[in-house]
Design a protein around this ligand. Structure first.
Ligand code: ADP
Ligand code: MG
Length: 349
């Protein structure tokens, strides 16, 4: 695409900057390309360079990443106090857009996996949550929706002042509130009900993902683990204990993928609090009958539990009534209370 090359040459190429880095190892791969640990020859510091795939769509979206992140860094977090990754530079190299960032540590998913997926200590859950929330207050204030909050996009790093710091990275899917373009966003386990159901979305979708991450930090595995959007939505309803509000279901574009319109006096859905709602979620059999053409995917089975029993009685947490120290019990109740505010179907709340 000659326009593209011209644009790169005229606006972006900064020979000095792209010659400074020596690639030492690959840190990660993602949808957008690869991230390499590089040494800055002039300063001898390490930086992380994201090398974007050289396709126009990725290039365009990555320019959005550059512009939103530089706005966040410069205007909304000038002193690097709010746990958002710092962008150092961007340049073109062999027709690839490259973005360099401060070098951070491993991602939260790697940390959870290292821990045998048993979850982190409450102390860390609290500290990390507070830091991520701090970042989200800033992004919300800037009118920016991250759109892909998940453990892989939270990096853990050792900091001289505080003990362990976390930072939010990867604004590669981010957009401005009120200028939302894409409907297929967020990673499935962290996808908000309004995105699944096809309802206009706001910065509130990041708050939903944040709730999912907080729960996962404590229990060690995704709260809404599901092999399909249907599974994820079903699990949300089980855990929250109610289905999404009727107003949302009425206006959302995808409601009929998941719900049957059954009139206004349906007697309730398997114990879910849908009494009086004109909508009933399709049963698994109904969905399977519809999708019998599609190949079957493996499913994870979970006992049905509500959030409080899930958090306070998760098997490997050994937190059964009785053997729970008073301090931990109070912490669990506080965590559930906190999560209830985040795992909320009504985006306005
Ligand atoms: P993508 O948009 O392709 O997901 P990311 O920006 O999320 O790209 O980077 C992919 C992975 O690379 C991350 O999950 C993380 O493990 C690693 N990574 C990204 N940025 C850094 C950084 N600044 N320091 C260390 N590792 C990083
Ligand atoms: Mg990522």
């Amino acid at each position: 695409n000659s326009d593209l090359i011209l644009y790169v040459n005229m606006e972006l190429v900064n020979e000095k900057s792209y010659r400074r880095y020596i690639v030492e190892e690959i840190l990660g791969q993602g949808t957008f390309g690869q991230v390499a640990k590089c040494r800055d020859v002039e300063t001898d510091n390490y930086v992380a360079v994201k090398v974007i795939k050289n396709q126009p769509a990725f290039y365009q979206q990555s320019l959005t990443e550059v512009s939103l992140l530089s706005t966040l860094n410069r205007t909304f977090d000038p002193h690097d106090e709010h746990h958002i990754v710092r962008m150092l530079d961007f340049f073109a190299c062999k027709n690839h857009l490259c973005i360099s960032f401060e070098m951070l540590g491993q991602n939260l998913y790697e940390l959870l996996r290292q821990n045998g997926l048993r979850g982190l200590q409450m102390k860390l859950v609290r500290s990390f949550s507070k830091q991520i929330l701090d970042a989200l207050i800033v992004t919300k204030g800037a009118g920016i929706i991250h759109c892909d909050l998940k453990p892989e996009n939270i990096l853990v790093t050792q900091n001289a002042k505080t003990d362990t710091e976390v930072k939010v990275i990867d604004f590669g899917s981010a957009c401005m509130e009120g200028k939302t373009i894409y409907s297929y966003i967020q990673s499935r386990y962290y996808r908000s009900p309004e995105v699944i159901l096809g309802y206009p979305y706001t910065t509130a979708i990041d708050m939903w993902s944040f709730g999912c991450i907080v729960a996962e930090m404590y229990i060690g595995i995704p709260l809404f683990l599901g092999a399909s959007e249907y599974d994820v939505l079903r699990r949300m309803i089980e855990i929250v204990g109610v289905q999404p509000p009727d107003d949302l279901l009425r206006e959302a574009k995808n409601t009929k993928k998941f719900f049957k319109h059954v009139g206004s006096i349906y007697p309730g859905n398997e114990g879910h609090d849908s009494i009086g709602s004109p909508y009933r979620m399709l049963t698994e059999e109904e969905v399977e009958a519809r999708e019998s053409q599609k190949p079957k995917v493996g499913r994870w089975y979970f006992p049905r539990r509500r959030l409080d029993s899930l958090i306070s009685g998760y098997p490997w947490k050994n937190l059964e009534e009785g053997n729970l120290p008073e301090t931990e019990k109070a912490d669990c109740l506080a965590l559930v209370d906190f999560l209830r505010g985040l795992i909320e179907f009504d985006p306005n709340k």
